[in-house]
Ligand binder design. Structure first.
Ligand code: PLP
Length: 237
């Protein structure tokens, strides 16, 4: 077990390294570095390590399990950390109300039934809940998400059907097989889908959440605005 000082030093060093890689990928893609936001995925570690990441300057965090998001949100708030939480994993409807209470954004919205539940929970507390629609871009059977062909219809229904939900964009995950070339193609597909839907519906979709530790450079090259990075931030712990 590393000491608290060692954790602090490691997390600070890992964060600086990831930020540097993001800046380089932006430079290579001819993009301004502030067009890409780092979401630190804290699912691998406890509240102590997570608090160190926030102290080091990463205040946008993602959790893939609702219970962990709620618990860490409570603990970090008690410790005075200012965090914007994003729910990035599969969300069941019985966990929506508490998640809406804590989450700045829910990025993994993958069904109309979930949208209806989020809308109701947001209305109940007088909130406008920001969301992304998760799209199954890789076609992997076990992945969640809307099929690319159904997203346009959902987007055009959003404003009238779920008025307490604010759609900010799309999220996708690359295929587990096929390596970097397949990942880059998946990301390009999501960007093109976004462009097509924006021109079809007139709805702005400013955010594209794509890219993780193993493939975020390719995602940035294809227009990602939110990279969800876990393991690279916790290396060596
Ligand atoms: C775990 C997770 C990540 C982070 O993955 P790493 O490869 O560890 O960077 C990103 N997105 C989602 C949805 C995750 O569940």
């Amino acid at each position: 077990m590393p000491s608290a000082d060692e954790v602090r030093a490691l997390v600070g060093k890992n964060l600086a390294h990831v930020q540097e890689r993001i800046a380089q990928a932006c430079h290579a893609a001819g993009r301004a570095p502030e067009t890409v936001r780092l979401i630190g995925v804290s699912k691998y570690v406890g509240p102590d390590e997570t608090a160190e990441l926030v102290a080091a300057g990463c205040c946008d965090l993602g959790e893939s399990r609702p219970q962990q998001l709620w618990d860490k949100a409570e603990t970090l708030t008690e410790r005075g950390c200012q965090v914007r939480w994003r729910m990035i994993g599969h969300l069941q409807r019985n966990k929506v109300a508490r998640t809406v209470h804590y989450a700045d954004a829910i990025d993994s919205v993958d069904s109309r039934r979930l949208l209806a539940a989020i809308d109701a929970a947001a209305q109940a507390i007088g909130k406008q809940q920001q969301v992304l629609l998760e799209v199954n871009i890789s076609g992997d059977q076990e992945k969640h998400g809307f099929l690319p062909g159904e997203v346009g219809q959902v987007v055009s229904e959003m404003a009238t059907t779920w008025p307490n939900v604010v759609l900010r964009g799309l999220m996708g995950m690359a295929s587990l097989v096929g390596g970097e070339a397949a990942a880059r193609q998946n990301f390009a597909d999501l960007r093109q889908l976004r462009e097509q839907i924006v021109s079809q519906t007139g709805v702005e979709l400013p955010e594209l959440s794509m890219g993780m530790s193993g493939d975020f450079e390719a995602a940035i090259a294809e227009g990602s605005t939110l990279v969800r990075i876990g393991s690279a931030l916790w290396a060596g712990l």
